[in-house]
Design a protein around this ligand. Structure first.
Ligand SMILES: [Zn+2]
Length: 259
């Protein structure tokens, strides 16, 4: 991330702490959704990538604040509880829109840094054995994001990050992505961490409606809650779950949400 030649440490694509959140019991392995299977594995996505100093930047500017607030199987979803302490700008039966600018407990820079760090790591490494090509393609935006992560540049132009939370009682406690999402005129990638879906849009042709929904750039710092969108995700993950015999029984009584 600093582009210096230094000794590197073992880096994780997702903060290592999140694997523990995805466990429902001591003897169960965490799940990761991707490549059309739900993996039940302790195999964490890790490799020697960053120096200790850059790891420290990711840790202190985002992960340390975000990690303990994500949803866990056992202990609820602290970030959602913080979110709903603030007023909803809009609310209906499907969900709501909240402005982080009106909620002093929400740290906009840290939540953004957390997500951008994972997207960036996916753009510079395959995280998949011998495969060379990176997980996602960010083109010229990758380096602009790198500089922003290091505090050496402003938030990149033509980059838009949206943040969507699930309600605490409908949370999907899995890790998924970053992976491409089908869009027409620009590139989009989603990232699913327990309780939150981040979507990163890059490109000059991002339309205005999308641009104003950017969590970092819009001064209101919008956060969305939508059962409908989360429901679609549940369905997609549920389809993957059904196709994956490996995970049989893991959802147990929670199967109601996968319909
Ligand atoms: Zn470094």
């Amino acid at each position: 991330m600093c582009l210096e030649t230094k000794s590197v440490v073992s880096s994780h694509l997702y903060p290592a702490a999140l694997y523990a959140y995805c466990r429902s019991a001591e003897d169960e392995s965490p799940m990761r959704v991707g490549d059309d299977v739900v993996m039940l594995s302790d195999r964490q996505l890790q490799d020697y990538l960053l120096c200790a100093e850059c790891e420290d930047i990711l840790n202190k500017r985002g992960e340390m604040w975000v990690n303990p607030k994500l949803a866990t199987v056992k202990d609820g979803f602290p970030l959602y509880e913080i979110l709903i302490k603030g007023p909803a700008a809009h609310e209906d039966e499907d969900g709501g829109l909240y402005f982080a600018s009106l909620n002093p407990e929400l740290e906009v820079e840290k939540l953004t840094h957390f997500a951008m760090g994972i997207f960036w790591k996916a753009a510079v490494h395959s995280w998949k054995g011998k495969k060379r090509s990176p997980m996602i393609e960010l083109g010229p935006y990758g380096d602009a994001i790198r500089l922003w992560l290091r505090g050496e540049g402003t938030f990149p132009k033509n980059v838009c990050l949206t943040v969507m939370l699930s309600r605490a009682d409908r949370t999907l406690v899995v890790l998924g992505g970053p992976a491409p999402q089908s869009t027409k005129r620009w590139q989009s990638y989603f990232l699913h961490v327990p309780g939150v879906v981040f979507t990163l849009h890059v490109g000059k042709l991002i339309d205005l409606e999308m641009r104003v929904s950017c969590f970092h750039e819009n001064p209101t710092h919008p956060i969305f809650v939508s059962d409908q969108v989360m429901g679609a995700l549940w369905k997609r993950m549920g389809d993957q779950y059904r196709e994956s015999r490996k995970t049989k029984g893991i959802f147990g009584g929670e199967g109601k949400a996968i319909s």
